[in-house]
Design a protein around this ligand. Structure first.
Ligand code: IMP
Ligand code: MG
Length: 176
């Protein structure tokens, strides 16, 4: 395992992103919707850096992957507050191909919010397969598999306070 972004760097990046979000919304009330489970650590840190009146909800996005085709994305929005006529900020861990966030945004727009913007901790360079781009990005990273600060490999490593890349040994030693 190799540290890509240490705790201090992550903290600084989240603070920069919070300042950009604050500049965008000012004191307008905000509904923050976190995409479970990878965004939990970012969610907890980010909302404590935001000063506007704020509500928090979560949704779950899971893909059922077939052998060759990209699986359908199932969105469970049961734990989400009413977003109609609210400014919504979606929080996710990483923007990789972009399919997850694009579908989440499309689903939220059907509920007629005032606005929908998105913020992610990481954006993987050169991986995107969609026209959509997140509004707020803390870090651009190279195309490597990363864990920590909410991001998992087989549900492990979410609790690491930094972002690390995995090597072969880490992959072999991770319990299924
Ligand atoms: P996308 O739909 O390809 O943008 O994928 C987004 C989701 O894939 C993220 O919310 C993560 O759960 C997962 N993911 C993509 N890249 C990584 C990674 O490097 N480490 C851990 N999870 C990742
Ligand atoms: Mg995820």
């Amino acid at each position: 395992m190799k540290i890509l972004l240490d705790e201090r760097q992550v903290r600084a990046g989240v603070l920069r992103m919070a300042e950009a979000i604050g500049a965008e919304y000012g004191s307008r009330p905000l509904t923050v919707i976190a995409v479970m489970t990878g965004s939990v650590v970012l969610l907890a840190d980010l909302i404590r850096l935001l000063a506007m009146p704020l509500r928090v909800g979560v949704l779950q996005a899971s893909s059922y992957k077939g052998s060759t085709e990209r699986g359908e994305l199932i969105i469970n929005a049961d734990l989400m507050p009413d977003v109609t006529d609210h400014d919504v900020l979606v929080v996710d861990d990483i923007f990789d191909t972009g399919h997850t966030l694009t579908k989440v945004v499309a689903r939220l727009r059907q509920l007629r919010p005032t606005s929908v913007r998105t913020s992610v901790l990481l954006r993987k360079a050169g991986r995107q397969e969609v026209a959509y781009e997140p509004d707020f990005v803390a870090f651009e990273i190279p195309d490597e598999f990363v864990v920590g600060y909410g991001l998992d490999y087989r549900d492990a490593y979410r609790n690491l306070p930094y972002i690390a890349t995995l090597d072969e040994d880490d992959i072999a030693s991770t319990l299924p």
